[in-house]
Write a new protein. Structure first.
Length: 272
């Protein structure tokens, strides 16, 4: 694989800056957009077509993809479908200068997270980027990434409630329903903390915990359970958990625990 021939990269020396892949066969537009993103505080990666973009998806941890529609080899809509098949949670923004209404309908039906017609104002695409990435702050500021939290729970109602609450607390949560999906997400994107239920199908929380600590030992993991007698706090902490909560728990307790782990000393603790 001749990665050096297809990869254009602009790094900003900002810890935790989101990585954005720009896909456009027009060298001028691609370079301009990459320059702009770099100046705004993002890390920018470039690809000339959808085929190159798919190759980069295998090797890079991306936070967002911005793609043109009309390109050789693999066009933007095909790329969008490929990305959403591989990783439905990776945001994709579509840009185009052709047949606005028809293309927009196709893009949104295929799972696009935003759509812009060329020519567009930089402020507008920055607004879409911030929305897709969950970034706070004014457009005059350098972007800062909200702490990205992976929530793992097979209970749809509880998972969705926790996602809503964490969003309201200025986290950027992403939800999956089992341990296997969680490991897939950890493989393709960076997280700041994981909150996982213990009793789940396919792969339970303790097995997930062991896998995480083998792959990313510094990634904090908080275990939650409605069956503390089956898996008491001591067992979870011995297995490597950084925190433990018994359901039901108050929101301020999980928020306090998470903030201690993310911004404090990071010592393992429990909240019963």
């Amino acid at each position: 694989m001749q990665t050096d021939q297809i990869t254009e990269k602009m790094d900003v020396h900002t810890k935790g800056a989101p990585m954005v892949l720009v896909v456009d066969d027009d060298d001028r537009i691609r370079s301009l957009l990459m320059d702009t993103l770099s100046a705004l505080g993002y890390q920018a990666l470039g690809a000339k077509n959808g085929e190159e973009a798919l190759t980069l998806l295998e090797t890079e941890k991306l936070d967002l993809v911005i793609t043109d529609v009309r390109m050789p080899k693999v066009n933007g809509l095909s790329l969008l479908k490929n990305i959403k098949h591989r990783n439905p949670l990776l945001p994709v923004l579509i840009i185009t200068g052709y047949n606005f209404t028809y293309t927009k309908d196709q893009a949104m039906e295929s799972g696009a997270d935003g759509f812009l017609a060329k020519p567009f104002r930089i402020g507008k695409i920055e607004e879409l980027i911030r929305k897709a990435l969950g970034i706070k702050g004014t457009t005059k500021d350098k972007p800062y990434r909200l702490k990205k939290i992976l929530v793992v729970d097979d209970d749809d109602q509880l998972r969705n409630m926790l996602l809503e609450v964490l969003s309201s607390l200025d986290y950027f949560p992403i939800g999956v329903e089992d341990g296997e999906q969680a490991l897939d997400q950890i493989q393709i994107q960076d997280f700041d903390l994981v909150v996982s239920d213990i009793r789940m199908p396919k792969m339970d929380g303790l097995t997930l915990l062991k896998n995480i600590k083998q792959k990313a030992p510094k990634l904090p993991v908080v275990m939650i359970t409605g069956f503390p007698s089956t898996c008491p706090v001591q067992k979870a902490l011995q297995e490597g958990a950084d925190g433990y909560l018994a359901k039901p728990f108050r929101i301020e307790r999980i928020d306090g625990l998470m903030r201690d782990l993310l911004y404090g000393e990071g010592e393992a603790r429990s909240v019963i």
